[in-house]
Design a protein around this ligand. Structure first.
Ligand SMILES: NC(=O)c1ccc[n+]([C@@H]2O[C@H](COP(=O)([O-])OP(=O)(O)OC[C@H]3O[C@@H](n4cnc5c(N)ncnc54)[C@H](O)[C@@H]3O)[C@@H](O)[C@H]2O)c1
Ligand SMILES: N[C@H](CO)Cc1c[nH]c[nH+]1
Ligand SMILES: [Zn+2]
Length: 437
């Protein structure tokens, strides 16, 4: 089930994936869903929810009564764990807050940057194959810290038409303004364009399955998105010092998210590869979600044997995994070799689920190789920056000749004129002043 392959084999497989047609079918269904929601609004949302989530709803929003009832359904241990996670996530993200700034120059120029929160944000919280209260915290806390005024959540309902009570408790703890019972591409379309029941937002953030990730890509431009955060990925770089039981457990942890999740180990040790493969078989039998895991490992589970760590990091940087675990001797010494990864976990005692729930850094991370250019979700995703420019009369005069020259070179004489009329007025004033003294 977990195939052991060589570096060249892996690179060949990757090339085939890139020229594959899988995305075409996905695009067709996602584009159809987006267009139906734009045309038929709430009616399309009720229909798709019935089709994909198996329930015909009466209303698309969570009521106060449902929120109150949910708080009675979660136990005290969960509330304490939520508080612990909330505290760590808040502390980590506080450090990301940026301030507006400005610089005054002696010649009267003021230049600066003003930070303004995005006003309305929609958070997608996945809910198809598992419920994700942790994702509520990871997305809502940085948005609140940034000063977003209105935060809505969209998450698919269960077959009974309700939202998982743990998700509702997390939403209550993090402080959201609205919760919509919609999922998939239809939720992304509704947040992007608005319907009678769903308020249009300025930015959509949060992870989801392939449909959600693809829909975000298609609505981008009409609305902002955070990144492509699709099916989860883990890549472990391991040498002979790695504990195979731990490595197997960590690979299995991400495979349980989705049949499309990806769990890859790159190792310099053939005996470790064999041990991890055996451990996976042993541990898998005891896991609740083994059917999803089996499919996920068959699709995207690989153990890749490489000659040395240089080769290992070369593959890592091609893969640009969402999560990278370094289970090697002195992992910190190799960190500089990682160019592309969403999050790096160092050593045998920093397993990926630590980051999923409680360490503090965000678990909404770039997938599908987009860590080549994207970063983890953070407070910075919820603000905009505006430049501030103020010149006094003298400062403008001293800059005027070079601006006029540049404007004329571009053939934009109205631009040059905007500077010139101020310059002329000043020149005239100087002549008048000189004549009368
Ligand atoms: N990258 C990250 O930061 C991160 C974090 C948490 C979770 N995840 C990922 O989020 C995903 C959650 O997936 P999920 O499925 O549990 O929940 P989900 O809420 O993302 O998707 C469920 C929705 O998908 C839609 N859907 C399902 N089958 C469809 C079909 N055939 N056609 C059209 N739409 C369809 C339905 O509308 C359904 O409501 C997993 O892949 C997990 O790995 C990623
Ligand atoms: N591993 C997921 C990000 O890819 C996040 C998560 C939430 N709960 C469990 N895991
Ligand atoms: Zn996870």
């Amino acid at each position: 089930m977990m195939r052991v392959i060589t570096r060249d084999h892996y690179l060949g497989e990757r090339l085939m994936q890139q020229v594959g047609f899988a995305d075409k079918e996905l695009d067709q269904s996602v584009l159809e869903i987006i267009s139906q929601v734009r045309q038929n609004g709430d009616d399309a949302l009720y229909d798709y929810t019935e089709k994909f989530d198996g329930v015909r709803l009466d209303t698309l929003t969570v009521t106060e009564k449902e929120l109150r009832e949910a708080s009675k359904l979660v136990n005290q241990d969960f509330i304490l764990a939520l508080d612990h996670a909330k505290e760590n996530i808040t502390r980590f993200h506080e450090a990301q807050k940026e301030q507006s700034w400005s610089i005054y120059h002696d010649d009267g120029r003021l230049l600066g940057q003003q930070i303004t929160p995005i006003e309305k944000v929609g958070v997608y919280v996945p809910g198809g194959k598992a419920a994700y209260p942790s994702t509520v915290l990871m997305n809502v806390i940085p948005a609140r810290l940034a000063g977003v005024k209105q935060i809505s959540i969209a998450t698919p309902p269960q077959a009974d038409g309700k939202i998982n009570p743990h998700v509702l408790a997390a939403a209550h703890a993090a402080g959201v303004d609205m919760i919509y019972k919609i999922g998939g591409a239809q939720a992304i379309a509704a947040l992007a364009y608005g319907t009678k029941s769903i308020g249009k937002v300025g930015k959509i953030v949060g992870p989801g399955n392939a449909y959600v990730a693809r829909a975000k890509k298609w609505v981008f431009g009409d609305v902002a998105i955070d990144m492509v955060a699709g099916p989860s990925e883990i890549c472990i770089v391991a040498d002979e010092t790695a504990n195979p039981r731990y490595a197997a457990a960590d690979l299995l942890s991400q495979a349980e998210h989705d049949e499309q999740a990806s769990s890859i180990c790159i190792t310099t040790s053939e005996s470790l590869a064999r041990a991890i493969k055996e451990e996976i078989e042993v541990q898998l039998g005891k896991l609740d979600r083994r059917e999803i895991i089996k499919k996920s490992l068959a699709n995207n589970g690989r153990i890749i044997i490489v000659g040395d760590l240089n080769e290992a990091f070369e593959l890592v940087n091609v893969m640009a995994p969402e999560h990278l675990q370094l289970m090697i001797q002195n992992p910190a010494d190799s960190m500089h070799m990682v160019k592309n990864a969403g999050a790096i976990f160092l050593g045998n005692y920093s397993p990926e689920p630590l980051g999923d729930y409680a360490a503090g850094p965000n678990h909404t991370l770039p997938t599908s190789g987009t860590a080549i250019f994207s970063s983890p979700l953070g407070v910075y995703d919820f603000v905009k920056k505006t430049s501030i420019i103020q010149y006094g009369k003298n400062a403008l005069l001293s800059a005027s000749d070079s601006i006029i020259t540049l404007a004329n070179a571009e053939g934009l004489t109205a631009h040059a004129n905007s500077i010139q009329i101020r310059k002329d007025e000043q020149d005239a004033a100087t002549v008048y002043h000189t004549k009368n003294n």
